[in-house]
Every structure is written in structure tokens, then in C-alpha cells.
Design a protein around this ligand. Sequence first.
Ligand SMILES: Nc1ncnc2c1ncn2[C@@H]1O[C@H](COP(=O)(O)OP(=O)(O)OP(=O)(O)O)[C@@H](O)[C@H]1O
Ligand SMILES: [Mg+2]
Length: 607
Amino acid sequence: MSETPESIAPPVRGTIRTIMRILPFVRPALPRIVLGMVAAMLAALVSLVIPIVLQSLVDGPLSQRDGTQIWPAALAVLVLGVFEAALIYARRQFVLTPGTHVEAALRNTLYKKLQDLPVAFHDRWQSGQLLSRSMSDVGLIRRWLAFGIVLLVVNIATVLVGFVVLFFWSWMLALVFVACSVPLWIYGFVFENKYSVVARRSQDQQGDLATAVEESVHGIRVLKAFGRGRHSLEKFARQAEELRGTEIEKARAIAGIWLWLLLVPDVAFALCLLGGVWLASTDQMTVGQLFAFFATATILRWPIESIGFLLSMTFDTRTAIDRLFEVLDEDNPIIDPEHPKHIDHPVGRLTFDDAHFRYQDSSVQFPDILDGIRLELEPGETMALVGLTGSGKTTMTALATRLYDVTGGAIRLDGVDIRDLTREELRRHIAMAFEDATLFSASVRDNVLLGRPELAGGGPDADAVLAEALDIAQADFVFELPEGAETKVGEEGLSLSGGQRQRLALARAVAAKPAVLVLDDPLSALDVDTEARVEAALRRVLATTTALVVAHRPSTVQLADRVALLENGRITAVGTHSELLATNDHYRFVISSLDDDRQTEAEEVNA
Ligand SMILES: Nc1ncnc2c1ncn2[C@@H]1O[C@H](COP(=O)(O)OP(=O)(O)OP(=O)(O)O)[C@@H](O)[C@H]1O
Ligand SMILES: [Mg+2]
């Protein structure tokens, strides 16, 4: 995979340089593409030979009215025609498969890169843009490889060879013909500049449109509940209209070059016809030569015409490659160390050592969210993290698994800086459950055992881990699902309630059997009774596992051995719940605000 952070060329220049960037992906397919080009070139040459036979036919047997010589000439034309058809068939066979291999390789590389890139990247990029890049842009590149580039090279070569042949028939007529096509080449250059800008805009707008569809499908409940369907439709229609405008602009640009491509050969034909008749009538040229000249010029018509759309396809492809490499060139600051350390049997001492953090974006300057966090979790200890909403609790938990990297200081596991571990090892030792539980389109079993790839095959071990995790998370509702733990959930499967999803996410974190468990308010959607049962079960797990639990409810706080208070980006107090209640004003304030939430929730439940 290309990791070069080389900047993207400005949209108007450097088409060839941009296209060369996919060479590493194309290399395995290159022999077949070149063979395809050779076959196409041979076919073009064969077609250019046919007028030579015709010329000898017209000037020989036909003008001497010698019927016996016509058959061999006709046979020669037939053989050449069959040969040409066979070569065209061969070209298609050669170029059919390589494009699909390149497409698959590009798409896999992009997917791998998207998986690898940090959360900060996904914060910045719209999912629709990524979707359109991995689908339509990659598809465009395949089509271009399968015939765009082959035909472009071959047709340009055919036109050049054809011009030479025209000169051979009559240099005067050929000069007229070539001179007529000069405006065409000039227009081609103008076209490149204009078209590539519009092509880029069109592809970006397609990405925006994909984002709009994705968001509205994702948020369909909210839109419906707030009666915003019409508004969202109007917004979508506006975006679609913008795209339509761009497409029309694109079509106009293409229509412009088509006008020239159709007009120029016709003008050239008319002028050549006038000149040719004069040359033949004054015996400067035989009728056979005139005939062959026009036969050749006719053969060149399609290659000349096709160059326009092949060029526009090439510029579209170049834009697609640009868009693809914008993602592939993206730097990933969260990488594995060169010489990773190992912790074979972690005891689970988690230390925040003067950890600083600020969200980063090239366009916006964010303030420091965490401003020197100092906190040490003893092995086996459960630490609750409490703070006002927006104080940075979620941010702090995300740092522990390197979803983001600290911008200063360090986080250590058993004394080892977590940046010195491979990400794979780190995530084996530290597991997370989030408040908004995401389930994948897979069975309950696969969702829960996500962090234990070695158990993916099933078997008694997998069953035991699954049963234990479901038990701890109080997820016994699973057994009432139509197919138990094999029921498909997630977007393609059965819809679960918020609390059910949270319990599965919790089970997933527990099943990973990590040394450190980081829970970002994973019980918020549960009712009071269920929460109490989950907590009792968690207590069993937490006795042997170090846990950092973000708490929004007093009952969650009481689960903890100690509580850390997050205030203005720092941990301002650590102690037991009762100690802090007795000594810390801010803690009392935070807890009382939590209490309020709790009361309203309880009232809602009772109502
Ligand atoms: N991806 C992001 N980019 C920029 N700023 C962010 C991002 N995520 C969170 N923030 C900001 O960071 C601050 C802390 O957010 P965080 O989610 O950590 O708070 P929290 O303590 O978990 O809040 P809550 O109790 O509501 O869950 C907030 O001001 C938020 O606006
Ligand atoms: Mg949060």
C-alpha cells in the first residue's frame, strides 16, 4: 500500500502523473493489458491494409473489366476482415479480466486503509464520500483499464499511422485532412482544463448525495418522529439538483467536443472530395487511389471520434484516482511501534501520567479537553469516573485503547507506555463498551465473541464464554429470540431495544476477558432492577479485572472501589464515594445533578 504523503496535484495538471500512481496495483495485470493493446493495434493495421487491396482492385481488374481477377481480391478482403474480427475478439479476451483484479485490489486496499485509519479521520470524513470512493470511483478505474486506456492508446496510434497512409495515397489531400483536424487538437487541450474541474465537482457531489441518503436512512426514526421527512426530502432534492446542474455542465463540455469531432471530419471529407475529383480528373491521381484514400479516411473516422469520449473518460478516471489517493495518502499517526514491547500476563495497572489531549482538525483549533490527567488504577480495582456532561469522560476512555493518542504525557499499562504495544495486543488487554452500542449484521454469538477471534470456530469453549458473558450482562433475553444466540441482529437482522443492545455490548467487552475493562456508561438504558442485577454480576468480574467505569448514576458509582472526579480537564479528587461526598463541594454538586436525572427517570418509569 502506498503510504507516501505526497500532496495531491492541483486538479487541472498532471493527469499522467496521477494515473501512474495506480501502477503498483495495475502491474500484475499489465501483461494482459499490453497484449490487448497489441491485438487492437494489429486489428487496426489490418483494417488499414484493406484499402490497398481495394485500390489494386479498382485500378486493375475493374478498370480493365477483367472479371477473373475480382474473386481473388474479394477473397483477400474477406480474409483480412475475418483476421481483423479475430484480433478484436482477442483484445476483448485479454482485457476482460485484468480490470476486475485491479478493482478488487484497489477496493481491498481502500477498505484496509479505512479500517486502519484512526477515529479522528472518520470524525472528519463523511461516510457517503468514503462509500462513493470505494464503489463508483473504483468501478470507473476498472472500466477505464478494461477498455478506456487500451482504445485511447490504440486509436491515437491508428490515427497517426492512418495519416501517414493518407499521405501515401495523396499528400495534397492528406494535408487538407490533417489541417482540418488541427482545431480538434487545440480544442482537446482546452477541454481537458475545463472538463477535469467539472468532473471533480460532479464526483464530490455524488459523494455528498450518498452521505445524505446514508444519513436519512440511518436517522429515519428521528426524521419521521419530528415530521422532518419533507424537509429532508427538500434538502436531498436540492443536492440532487446541484448534481444535475454539474452533470449538465459536464454534458455540455462533452457536447462541445463532440460537435468538433463530428463536424471536422465531415468538413474534411467535403474538402477532400472536391480536391480529389479535381486531382483525378487532371490525372494526378487514379480513381483507385482516390477510392483508397476515402476508404482509409472512413476507417479513421471512428478512432478520431472516439478520442473525445475516451479523453473525458480518462479525466474522470484521473479524478477518481485523485479521490482514492486522498484517502490512501492520509497519514495514520496511530501506528504500531517499530520494536513493540509485550506484556505476557498483565496485572492490569492502568496509569494516566500527566495525559493531555485536544481534538485535532486542520481547519479548527480545539481547546485542550484533558489538561494533565494523573490517575492510577490498581490491579483489580474498579474506578468510577464522574464529571459534568461534556467534561471529557468519554474522551478519557477513548485514549486508553488508543482510539486517539494523547497529545502530551502518557498512558501506561503495567508501567509500559501503551504506544509501545502493538494495537492488537493493547486491544486484547483493554476492552471497551460504549454507551451507544453498535451491533454488526451478524448473529448474537458473533457480536458477543467479536473480541475473541480464536473462538470464532465455535465449540464448547466458545459456548462457555458466550454463556458466561451473557449471564454477567443479564442478557437472558437472547434465549427468547427466534434462534437464540444464532439470531441475526444489527442492521440486516432483528432490531433490539437500546437496553438489549447495551447488554450485548457489555457482554462483548466481558467476553474479551481483558485485564482492563473500560465502560463508558454502558448501563444508561437499563431500568433500575436490571441495572442492579447487571451490577451484582459485574462485581464478580470486576473483582479480578481492573475497570474504569464512567458513571452517570449514583448506583453505578457505588459499584466502584474508588471514584475519580474529572473537573476542568484534570482529576481533582480521588476517593471513596462517601469520602468525596463528605469533603468535596464539586463532587456533591455533580452527584446531586446525577440524582436529579435519576429522579426524573424513576418518575418516568413509575408514570
Ligand atoms: N470528535 C470530536 N471532535 C471535537 N470535539 C469533540 C469530539 N468529541 C467530543 N468533543 C468535545 O469534547 C468535550 C468532551 O466530550 P466528551 O464526550 O468526552 O464528554 P463526556 O464527559 O463524555 O460527556 P457526557 O457526560 O455527556 O457523555 C466536549 O466539549 C465535546 O464537544
Ligand atoms: Mg460521554
